[in-house]
Design a protein around this ligand. Structure first.
Ligand code: AQP
Length: 341
């Protein structure tokens, strides 16, 4: 039996960011040969975040086309949309009876969103880590490749799974996060002390995988660096967050290490570093976009992948749900795997 890998992206935008790519997708691609990979498009999560959801299916197909253009193979992996596998929400309710209010209130992401919110914050944002726990445990996942921002949520997932196992026996596999040392928290371009996010209102903060060369160049040329005189290029995320972010981008995309880059740029100006980041990102994005625009046109193909993926995912999800219903004492045994949507 191969280890199970589960991970997801929210279609909270019709494009992904370079943060999503380096923090998660690169691992997904690497892992698909030797693991049983389940890659989700988390539309249920996304509706906690976005105001208008009329285009959510179209955004989900955009995200799927990006998965494929980055190198995800829909034969080797299960790619599906979260709302098509009904067990995610059903399991969410069961788990919410085993999670504590206090532990959810301590989630940093919730606290940050609550602080930033200009309107009343919805319960979906509060509940997000339980739905994420359900997503992961449903597939008896061993490894969850994610960015650093999701680390605390995985700790919660492990705590809930252990709590449940202590009560009912070995029901759930305890998942482990896979977070790389570099690239797991790409920062915003104009506010390098916060994470780059795909739903940022200010698009100049974010590098999108579908950005044109001109947009990429303009955004990176305006990136916040610092006012050190003489300008000096070295990696120090606390005191030099802007420069460190650029070094991280260059190292991860160019597959070099940061120490080597520090030597290369020792006596160079910040502009030289920006120029190299623009050039390497442009190469990556150009290749990816060529594939994307050809794949995205074929909605029949994309919908077929999603349909097959949801059937394959549901088959697995139902096994866990049956196990759960049994230990919780419910009488209904789930056998129906038809997939009407
Ligand atoms: N900046 C990032 N650097 C590295 N990894 C990142 N991830 C997200 N941002 C970065 C990782 O990508 C996966 C999917 O992320 P997501 O869709 O949950 O988050 P997002 O792209 O940041 O989207 P939103 O809608 O804008 O969400 P919020 O509002 O939460 O920021 C995850 O593995 C994540 O760690």
């Amino acid at each position: 039996m191969k280890p199970v890998v589960y991970s997801a992206m929210q279609p909270s935008n019709e494009d992904l960011t370079i943060g999503n790519y380096l923090g998660a997708l690169l691992h997904w691609i690497r892992m698909q040969d030797n693991n049983e990979c389940v890659y989700c498009i988390a539309d249920m999560h996304a509706i906690s975040n976005i105001k208008t959801n009329k285009a959510i299916h179209s955004s989900s197909l955009d995200i799927l086309a990006l998965y494929l253009s980055c190198g995800i193979d829909p034969i080797k992996t299960i790619a599906f949309i979260q709302s098509h596998v009904l067990e995610h929400c059903q399991f969410n309710w069961l788990l919410s009876c085993y999670a504590y209010f206090g532990e959810l209130k301590r989630m940093t992401q919730f606290k940050e969103k609550q602080l930033k919110a200009k309107e009343p914050i919805n319960i979906g944002i509060f509940n997000y880590p339980i739905l994420m726990t359900a997503d992961i445990l449903l597939y008896q996942t061993n490894i969850v490749p994610i960015g650093k921002d999701q680390k605390q949520h995985i700790e919660l997932t492990k705590a809930i799974a252990n709590r449940f196992n202590n009560m009912y026996g070995e029901i759930f596999t305890i998942p482990q996060p896979c977070i790389s040392e570099h690239g797991s928290c790409i920062m915003s371009l104009l506010q390098p002390n916060i994470k780059m996010s795909k739903s940022d209102i200010n698009k100049r903060n974010t590098i999108y995988l579908l950005d044109s060369f001109y947009s990429l160049e303009a955004k990176l040329n305006k990136t916040i660096t610092d006012s050190d005189r003489p300008p000096i290029i070295y990696y120090e995320p606390i005191f030099k967050p802007g420069i460190s972010n650029l070094l991280e981008l260059l190292a991860c995309v160019g597959k070099t290490n940061i120490a080597q880059l520090e030597i290369m740029f020792e006596f160079k100006a910040y502009g030289c570093l920006k120029k190299d980041v623009i050039s390497i990102l442009n190469k990556l994005l150009t290749a990816l976009q060529t594939k994307y625009f050809s794949i995205r046109k074929d909605e029949g193909y994309l919908n077929k992948i999603i349909y097959d993926g949801s059937i394959r995912a549901r088959k697995k999800a139902i096994i866990t749900m049956n196990k759960l219903y049994k230990v919780l004492g419910f009488s209904r045994i789930l056998t129906n795997i038809s997939n009407k949507h």
